[in-house]
Structure formats: C-alpha cells, structure tokens
Design a protein around this ligand. Structure first.
Ligand code: GLP
Length: 236
C-alpha cells in the first residue's frame, strides 16, 4: 500500500487528480470507478481545471459509479447521479452515455445489481477505482456486516451513516434509509484503487482499516488484500 500524507485538502485533491489524469493519459479509453461524498469534490475540481486547460481528454473515458440512494431519481439534488453531473460530468468532455450510476429507482434492485455487475464485466472491469471512506469504514455503501458482499446489492444504511449524510439534506428524515452499492467484487477486481480521506475524524477509521484485522465489520479493511492501493490523507 502506498500511503501519502499531505497537509491540506488542496494538496490531497491535486495529488488525487494527478493520479487519475495519469491513468487517463496512459489509457485514454480507461474505465474509471467514481465516488461521491465530500472527499472527492476537490479532486473533481482539479480534473475540470486540467480539462479546461486542454491537458486532459475525457472523450473516450467510461465511468461506473459506486452507489446510489434508493428512492432518489437522477434529477433529485441529493442523488448521486445529480452529484456526478454537477461536480464533474457537466464540466468535462465525457460522453454521458458512457457514465453509469446504479439506479435506486428500479422496482427490482436485485436485477438492477446483476445488470450493473454485468455492465462492469462487459467493460473488462475497472482500471482505477476512486473511493472515499465512511466514518464506520464503509466504502461505496458497503456497511459493516457479517460478511463481505461480492455483488452490487441493496443495503440498509446504518444510523451513523444516515446521521453523517444528514448534513446534505434539509431534514434527517429526508435521508434515504436504503441504497444500492457496488459490492467488494468489482472494487477488489479494479486494477488500481485510490482512496481519499480528509479530516481528523477519519484518522481512527483509516488506522483500523489499513493496519487492523481484515474483517467485514470494517469494510475498507478488505483493501489490505488489494495489490495496488494508494491512500491520500490530509488531517486538515
Ligand atoms: C457516502 C458515500 C461514500 C463516501 C462516504 C464518505 O456514504 N456513499 O462513497 O465515501 O459517504 O463521505 P465523505 O467523503 O463526505 O466523508
């Protein structure tokens, strides 16, 4: 594992964007696994800057996102589809037809999950997976559980995750209680994993995840078994 500690969120974002840019430059038709949450917002801003400067071309990039809330459609301003459009896709020359976010509106989430995994497999898997980390160690929305789930699946969000994400909603009652998330299979099959985390409150969970026992109770701990993980952390 490559652990990069930086002293500001700006440096974290620049470093992460440089790694993603290198991936796109080396493989212009790469498959990026993308993440939401506040941590990657700065990274996306830096990627937009590079695209504006003519240094980066997203025209042949394909993306697959980690997760989506159940019950929010893509036009809802707290849906992850909306997040991706407004924080990245609307500002770079990516073809939106090549961007995938699981649908939280499907009547049959098991079928949606199976179709999503089939889509990822049809792309040949993910070249670089960007991740944040939840305070309970979740990646995507893989919450602490008794087992690591391999496939894209429906999850019940934990109370602490609902509380953490309530800051984005007018009322905690508006936070969806369920989500659909990529499972550990597609994440672990990604050729490279890049995890970004900032804030003093993420320090403990990073220590547990990367230096503690590998257990589904700390979902990110599975990344200790991945051969190519880079973690960028800023305490500020
Ligand atoms: C959400 C997302 C995760 C993200 C996590 C942490 O729950 N589903 O993918 O990593 O939040 O978010 P933040 O970066 O805002 O701390």
């Amino acid at each position: 594992m490559n652990f990069i500690k930086v002293d500001s969120y700006e440096k974290l974002s620049i470093t992460a964007a440089n790694i993603i840019a290198a991936q796109i430059i080396m493989k212009p038709n790469c498959v990026l696994g993308l993440a939401t949450g506040s941590s990657p917002v700065g990274t996306y801003k830096e990627l937009i800057k590079k695209c504006d400067a003519g240094e980066l071309d997203f025209s042949t990039v394909t993306s697959v996102n980690l997760d989506e809330y159940v019950g929010l459609d893509g036009s809802h301003d707290q849906s992850y589809r909306y997040f991706m459009n407004t924080n990245l896709f609307d500002h770079v020359n990516i073809d939106k037809a090549r961007t995938a976010v699981p649908s939280g509106m499907s009547d049959d989430l098991a079928a949606e999950g199976a179709a999503y995994d089939k889509h990822i497999a049809s792309l040949g898997g993910i070249d670089l997976q960007l991740l944040g980390i939840g305070l309970d160690g979740h990646i995507g929305f893989n919450e602490p559980a008794d087992v690591f789930v391999k496939e894209t699946h429906e999850v019940e969000l934990h109370e602490s995750t609902i509380e953490a994400n309530a800051r984005f909603f007018a009322d905690i009652k508006d936070v969806p209680t369920k989500a659909i998330t990529m499972g550990m299979g597609a994440i672990m099959n990604a050729k490279k994993v890049l995890l970004v985390a900032n804030g003093a409150n993420k320090k403990d969970i990073l220590e547990k995840s990367f230096f503690g026992p590998i257990t589904p109770q700390v979902p990110a701990s599975i990344l200790q078994l991945h051969p190519d993980v880079t973690v960028i952390y800023s305490e500020n």
